[in-house]
Design a protein around this ligand. Sequence first.
Ligand SMILES: Cc1ncc(COP(=O)(O)O)c(C=O)c1O
Length: 383
Amino acid sequence: MPGDNSWDARDNTWKAEDKGLEPRPKGSGAAPFESDRHRMHSGRPWGCARAGLRRPRSVGLGPHAGRFMIYSSVIDMIGNTPMLDVSVLSPNPGVRILAKAEGANPAGSVKDRIAKKMIEEAEADGTLRPGQQIIEPSSGNTGIAMAMIAKLKGYPIKIVMPHNVSVERRQLLSVFGAEIILYEGPDGSNGAVREARRLAGEHPDWAFLYQYANEANPRAHYEGTGPEIYEEVPEISHFVAGLGTSGTLMGVGTYLKECNPDIKVMAVEPPSGELVEGLRSLEDGYIPPIYEKWGGQDLLDGKRIVRPRESIEWTRRLVDGCGFFCGISSGAAMAGAVKIASGIESGVIVFVAADGGWKYLSTGAWTDDIDEVARKAEKIIYF
Ligand SMILES: Cc1ncc(COP(=O)(O)O)c(C=O)c1O
């Protein structure tokens, strides 16, 4: 272990000499190890040719060679998340229900995928320059994922968030060194979005990647989440996800329909006017630009309305029945999957469990009286 004086504050790494290695740039780009080179240039051993899916290869020669992977950057740990069979909770024995467990991503949610894609594409097209200030509105997961990557790559980042988000979100943003701008006004997430847009307008030198309109968002799912799901479960009949920016539904839905047009793509939404775990009701007025650009209206086969109490009930059942500890929007998506399962004869439903339960512990979602939690859910923005 190198001593403290070996820490290179300029690029947040141990000094290369101390590691006995050639220096490597920050982030995920460089691969000085022979084993990394092997991994990066070993072609496309696995996956759907359509999107060029690349599953990381294991490295090493020990007795477990072929089973484990050494990553050169936390960014490389994004994606290739596990799929959990939760069919024990299916109301219909003819219908399997599977959860894509996105909480396994390094910053803890499905948003790691889009943060990586948005930042890498902005770097490539020059929208984001070394050391440039980033600003983004987020009530949680996107901000946390962007802050993790920004810290690693040396970008200062400001996250504009509504004041009533759970305390764990603020703590995580602080861990990753983000500056939090709390939006105190009315209109929660939509207000924070307006505030971030206003600030970005006043500071044209800041990078504003704006997940609601950035096509790297659905593309991350078109090239990553979608191919992973189809590769793992080619017999999928229904895909279910919550709708926030709509990136997950648009990207995965488009990919799956290209593979098999019979696959149904279903959104889970709160009832209009109710603040369910932050899921967005399109009827509330704001239509994300990516939803329109990716033909949301034509792509979606339907939606299921899920209320706050149902989301919390199913979040609890996922723990009780499967030991699966996930966030409230995963409970909402599971509730939607269960409604669909009850209405069909047979099928295989895959839903997105967008994050783990950790960030919601302070809400008492698993421990407090359910009526009390459901009542609180109307005041707290969960993502
Ligand atoms: C926990 C959680 N679930 C679901 C979603 C919805 O995902 P998307 O923005 O891709 O529609 C989000 C993001 O807004 C989220 O943070």
